[in-house]
Write a protein that binds this ligand. Structure first.
Ligand SMILES: [Zn+2]
Length: 498
């Protein structure tokens, strides 16, 4: 997932609201032979795994704006073409360019000098070329009490914030929820910069977005867990330390890039659109296998197998490989702007973005009327269940702008498996992907896509008032704030507004 955090509140909703839907699934429509053939094809020997290996090993990490990103997206266009799927490059605007060239620190104290590895937080500013040199202070967990204890010592200093080791999605939610407060307190107190201890073991680094996103104006970084622990021990033993950081960042103004959108036209309702999407961009410390190469290659493979079998859906299916997702869900937002005139005819937009853990059901966006259709669509893969759905709106991946435009949307809910510890990390590599489960998930996603493209259904677009009521009646606003998308909705820049 993008920044796939969801609030811990949402997690508790998830646990409380998960409703088994097997009863509904058993009253499904008679099996559709095309759906069963498609599921069979997805479970067979397709290029899915070879594509994921090529994507991750050949192109590597694919941050939007990088040469690797451009090459990977051009390659994906070719892969759709080779599969006989009509494909377009669809331009959209990125709000700015942010890429790390290099990040380096030295820590100095009485008789002490060491150089732990660091990574800039996305949206960190660069330091001056000669570096930023400042006292390094122990900010504990970054709580109110920690900053009260430090008082004036924070002004002009770089604060080092200790973290818990991240073991699962729960830990990831906690990181997201705490970051905003920590950074706000540090900057209020006049810190010159902020360093998080990496929440991943040993010397594994990850790119955790600065909570202010594009509005951040300070150098911020993550330091390898072991090196940060050493610095904290020294500080706690009374050794004053100075940190010199050199962050070399490639930044720039708004620019244009593109999503890749494949299309298979429907036979009887070609004007009605069913969209399945996954972001192909990634962060760059690892090679973006779990987040989100695996699911992007799954979307491509579903298109390929439908073409190979020669089966024709009733509605038009679009296969979107989103770009710019990691930097504020930009590609899918751009799509909703470019396709504004036909959003009324989008009957479903689905997203896959939680690695390769088993799909356990779907987040159905607070729209209960989606669930009966979903259960009928899942009938051909009932053996891969059980599935239970969580009928809440969710922020953090490319369903967001569709949801806020009133389009019915799904996000696959997956067992977190190894997604959390590898999230945006150096360790997000091909070898971490569960290839067997990825193939099973591909069969599930294919069945769902095919179902929405062929079954009788009525999922009209919501009005602005209905979207507004979704915001008012759920924790959506809190989630939007955590992802820096609340203000743009309030301002009418994103989504429908009354
Ligand atoms: Zn993602």
């Amino acid at each position: 997932m993008a920044r796939s955090a969801r609030s811990s509140h949402l997690l508790s909703v998830l646990l409380l609201a998960a409703v088994p839907t097997q009863v509904l699934a058993q009253s499904a429509t008679p099996p559709d032979s095309a759906a069963e053939r498609l599921v069979g094809a997805m479970l067979g020997d397709t290029p899915l795994v070879a594509d994921l290996e090529a994507l991750t090993d050949r192109f590597g990490g694919r941050p939007t704006g990088s040469a690797a990103n451009q090459r990977a997206f051009e390659w994906a266009v070719e892969r759709f073409r080779e599969a006989g799927v009509r494909v377009r490059k669809e331009p959209f605007r990125m709000p700015g360019l942010w890429l790390e060239r290099s990040a380096w620190v030295t820590i100095l104290g009485e008789g002490v000098r060491f150089t732990p590895r660091v990574a800039a937080l996305p949206f960190s500013t660069a330091t001056p070329r000669q570096g930023l040199t400042a006292p390094l202070v122990d900010a504990g967990r970054g709580s109110e009490a920690d900053f009260a204890r430090l008082g004036a010592a924070v002004r002009g200093a770089v604060v080092l914030v200790e973290t818990e080791e991240l073991r699962d999605l729960d830990g990831l939610f906690r990181e997201y929820n705490e970051a905003g407060g920590i950074e706000h307190r540090a900057l209020e107190a006049g810190a010159a910069g902020l360093v998080y201890q990496s929440s991943r073991p040993h010397d594994i680094l990850a790119r955790h977005n600065a909570s202010l996103g594009w509005k951040n104006r300070h150098p911020m970084m993550m330091m390898e867990r072991d090196g940060a622990a050493r610095a904290l021990r020294l500080l706690r033993a009374g050794t004053p330390l100075t940190l010199t950081a050199v962050l070399d960042i490639r930044s720039g103004p708004a620019y244009e890039t593109f999503n890749v959108v494949g299309e298979i036209r429907g036979a009887t309702h070609p004007e009605e659109i069913v969209l399945i999407g996954a972001h192909l961009d990634s962060w760059d410390l690892g090679t973006g296998a779990l987040d989100n190469g695996a699911n992007a290659m799954m979307v491509l493979d579903i298109a390929r197998q439908i073409r190979r079998l020669g089966i024709i859906p009733a509605r038009t299916i679009r296969f979107a490989l989103w770009n710019g997702e990691e930097q504020n869900l930009n590609g899918s937002h751009g799509y909703t702007l470019a396709h504004r005139a036909e959003l009324d005819r989008h009957v479903m937009a689905s997203s896959y973005d939680i690695g390769t853990g088993r799909i356990t059901g779907f987040f159905t966006g607070g729209r209960g009327e989606v669930i009966p259709v979903l259960d009928r669509a899942l009938a051909p893969v009932a053996g891969l269940g059980p599935f239970s759905h969580v009928n809440v709106p969710i922020v953090g991946t490319d369903n967001y702008d569709f949801m806020m435009q009133g389009v019915a949307n799904l996000v696959a809910n997956q067992e977190s498996a190894n997604y959390g510890p590898n999230y945006h990390a150096r360790s997000d590599e091909f070898g971490r992907a569960d290839l067997r489960q990825l193939r099973l998930n591909a069969a599930i996603a294919a069945a769902v896509t095919w179902g929405f493209a062929t079954l009788d259904l009525s999922l009209p677009r919501q009005t602005a008032a209905q979207v507004d009521s979704l915001v008012q009646s759920t924790d959506l606003a809190d989630q939007m704030r955590a992802f820096n998308v609340y203000e743009s909705w309030l301002a009418g820049e994103r989504g429908l507004r009354r």
